[in-house]
Design a protein around this ligand. Sequence first.
Ligand code: NAP
Length: 410
Amino acid sequence: MARAAHVIVGAGMAGAKTAEALRTEGFEGPIVLIGDEPEAPYERPPLSKGFLRGELPRDGTLVHPRGWYGDHAVELREGLAVDVDTAARTVELDDGAFVRYDRLLLAPGAEPRPLPIAGSELDGVHYLRTLADSEALARRLDAGGHVAVIGAGWIGAEVAASARQRGLDVSLIERERMPLERVLGSELGCFFAELHRDRGVALHTGQTVERLEGEGAIEAVVLGDGRRIECDFAVVGIGVRPRTALGERAGLTVEDGICVDDRLETSVPGVFAAGDVASVLHPFYGHRVRVEHWANALHQPEVAARGMLGKPARWDRLPYFFSDQYEVGMEYTGLADGAARVVLRGDRPGREFIAFWLDPENRVLAGMNVNVWDVIDPIAELIRSRAAVDPERLADADIPLEALGASPVR
Ligand code: NAP
């Protein structure tokens, strides 16, 4: 076995960025980046947007140019990690090889939840997680026709928008009353429902999917109320589950994800976790937070790499994500229950506004700017201040966000 390296399991955004951060932080020893796909690390946001619509070339999705890994002495190794022995400090791969580590980062990401109903094994039923998934779906979009999108979360909403933009007929099916309702609540869910309806999507909300029908390939989705939606293919986006199996086998503490402290270190010293899989004891919130979004995988590596190198490190960024659907771009900062009180500021009918979620004491929990830009910093400051705000002033777009803070409530 070769000499011990800093080993990263998972060659997605979090893994590739940790390799980069280790080098930026001055680490000169060996780095091995293990991935289970035959691809250089790539970014996922374009897979449901620009790349899916054919507007971005394949290499436009890469985290680093292909030559970067060789240039920075990062060994990209294709393989599936099947076990971790934290006493021997080894990672076992599915081909029987063992990789010795000095420090280990687990960034295996998450995998789509399968649709547990009859017919889900039919041809033409797509999931969207990998570059290969997006390429396969893009070929279906090229052929046109009618797509049934099951689940109106982020995948469902963005794929529905991309498919409409490519001129397909789209039926979007969601069991909640509104798209994106669990995260955004009913009022903002309604905003996205209107957006999709205006763009010609047939929206079926409050609907379970009973079964998928077809002879070999999908021909129709049968809803809980008996309606039958004929389609040429389907896309399932009903959430993901974090890939925690390796952490469990390694004996790490796993709850909803691999539990890490604010240095992103797991319950076993020397083993770290980042990205979709990491359930972080967040210093600002005082409880565990696991975020399944790109920005998390982009920024956590700086902290993970510093932790792996024994330098001071602390993850305390607020959750952040963005989405683009048709002409609507949005960013969301913070963490709120969709049921929290919402205050709107700006032009909702014109689709240029900021939504704020408030707690019962009128403290801002989260903000979502829609087609309004360069407001992330003041929104984050309002959240971090924990200051009670006057909802009427918050709603008044003539009052600068910076002028809204009041005395902090602790
Ligand atoms: P998601 O955002 O968690 O949404 C899944 C949606 O499917 C939820 O609305 C869920 O409703 C619904 N659902 C669950 N079971 C269903 C069923 N049997 N029939 C119909 N609807 C059902 O997950 P996703 O859209 O699959 O996305 C996968 C991951 O990629 C997520 O981690 C997401 O954050 C990430 N992603 C992020 C972005 C972005 O940041 N812009 C874009 C794409 C993907 P309930 O709430 O009732 O469970």
